[in-house]
Every structure is written in structure tokens, then in C-alpha cells.
Ligand binder design. Sequence first.
Ligand SMILES: [Zn+2]
Length: 373
Amino acid sequence: MNKFFFLPLLVLFLFSGCVNKKSYKSNTKVPKNVILLISDGTGLSQISAAYYYKNSEVNYSRFEHIGLITTHSSKEYIPDSAASGTAFSTGEKTYNGGIGILEDSTTVENIIEMASKKGVKAGIVATSSITHATPASFYAHVVDRDYEQKIALQLSNSEIDYFAGGGKKFFKNRLDNNNLYEVLKSNGFGIDTLGLTTFDVIKSHKKQGFLLSDDGMPKMIEGRGDFLSKATLLGIDFLHQNNTPFFLMSEGSQIDWAGHDNDTDYLISELIDFDETIGRVLDFAEQDGETLVIVTSDHETGGFTLAGENYTTKDGNIYSSYTTLDPKFSTGGHSATLIPVFAYGPGAELFFGIYDNTDIFHKIIKLTAWNKK
Ligand SMILES: [Zn+2]
């Protein structure tokens, strides 16, 4: 076991020595703002890959408060993004596929619905369609994650103030022939379908939405560029105008898709993009001083492992190299492994230890009291 465990820890230690760590010092332990960064389908091996394949500072090293979560759904050992997203957004377990509902299909209030009553602005960013399971868990209530047209309608009428992602087709080419762009506009949204703009262009809008591809956004290896970090930073600027408190969920959605595809290059490029976004968000949080940043994942995908390359000796025996990595997958689906949680900012120390994915919600609520009438 030592051979698999000790080396990554050693490298992690070496890398962390190069990073300028800033301990959080504040006289308040109550965060004004919360940013939840979700890397869909990311376990410890995916994160570890950043330490071997990223050519610059790994931003995960900037966290000092780290925990682990169990991720099972109400019925299954292995969760999907809907059940796990619902655990984060509501603190409740549901079945795989259920969004914003309990196991008996009863609607349950989510964190954005609670926070908006307290004047907290809310945003969501994803590299999938904005109606995909993880982002949908923060505004929708449906018995099946595949009802993306219904989810799009719920987004249009939700408390969300800012969103950016893909999914145009669920708003325009609909079975009910409704044009949801009109619904969004009537609810105060400025809508852009061509590309991200600047804060100056959107600041006068009551709400702002970016729908930038028909379904999911392009892959990093197909030229998505810095959409995730840019859309996240623009969301912070927009939501935090006039120092308004905000909640922002931003998701690196396609680490999961790469895991399903068992595609290492795809996975690592998406993971590095997510790590860059962590860096930009931590830069903001360090300056701001009132923002709690939580980085976690809904589940692991692919049974990914940083195995050594196999080689055959002259006598025909097969060994695994300890000097050359050849990452491998054990499944095309999700797995049940514990998932790391990283936290920074006021209240970050609450995220130490081993707990359940529903506790992410309960810890945020304990700190912010957004559920109090
Ligand atoms: Zn997922």
C-alpha cells in the first residue's frame, strides 16, 4: 500500500512548499458570501493528476482545511449527479435522478430559495447545459433529471440572478413551442447567446444569463478556452455589486464526462481548467475576506487511478513501473469512493473531518443562517 500512497503525499508536500499560503485571519466567522465549486466526477486520483500533469502551481495546495464526504444516495451506494446535487442544495437524500425533491417526490426548499429571501443574490455556472443535473439541483424540482425542458422553464422563473453555461435548445426548440428567452426577458434577464461579455455591458441588467452552446459547452481539448473561470469571475462581479451578499455554484461538469469516456487527456485538461478556476476564486476570496469557498465533487467517475505503466521482463513476467505513469479506469460509470472537500475563508474549519454530502448544506446553513425566517 505504501508504494501507492506515499509518493503522491510526498509530491503534494513538496509542491505545497512552493506555494505562498495565506492563513485566513478575520474577526468574523460568519461568511457574507459563499462560493461552491463542484468538479463533477472528481475523486482523489483525478485531483492527484494535477500534481503530475499540470505545468504550473496547483491551486488545491492553497487550502488548509480539508475533509472527506460519503456520497451515497437514498437508495443506491453509488450516487448520480442529481441525488448528490440535491444533497448539496437541500441537505436531503434522494434517489438517483431526483432533483430538489425527497425520495417520496415531495418538493424540498433549496439553499438559493432560502438565501434569496434574505437578500442574497444567486448564480450558477456550468460547462454542461445549465439545465444539467448538478446546476438544476440548485433551482429546479423534478422527479427525473432528464426533464430538461421542464427544468429550463423552472430556471426562467427561479430566484437565480446570474447563470452561464450551455443548453440553448432547451429554451428555444421546445415541445410546448414556448420561447423561454421571452420568459427570461420578462423576468428581468439580459440574455446573451454569443459569448461572455464584460461587467460594464451587463451591470445595468436586473439579472443576466449566458447560453453559449446548444447543449453542453465544448471540451477544453476542442477549444473552450477560459470560459469557466471567466464566467465565474463575471458572476462574482455581477452578484456582488454594491457589496451585496451572494451564493455562487460553479461546476466543472466535464471531468465526469471524461471519466465516463475513460479518456485521460480529456479528463486532465478539464481538471486543470477547474484548478485554474479555483485559483481565480481564491484570489478574489483572499482580497474580499468575507467569502467562504468550498471545493468538492458529487462523486467519482471512472474508477480512475494513477497506475504505473505495465512492462514485461525478459522472463515474461508483467510488472507495473514505478517510474512511468499510465492512468487507468476501472468502470465507465461512477464509483462509491469518499470525496475530498476543501474550504477557505470564514468558517472553513467547520469542513474538517469525515461527514456526509448532505452536511455540506447543513454546515453552510449553520454558518450563514440563511434558513432563518
Ligand atoms: Zn456527477
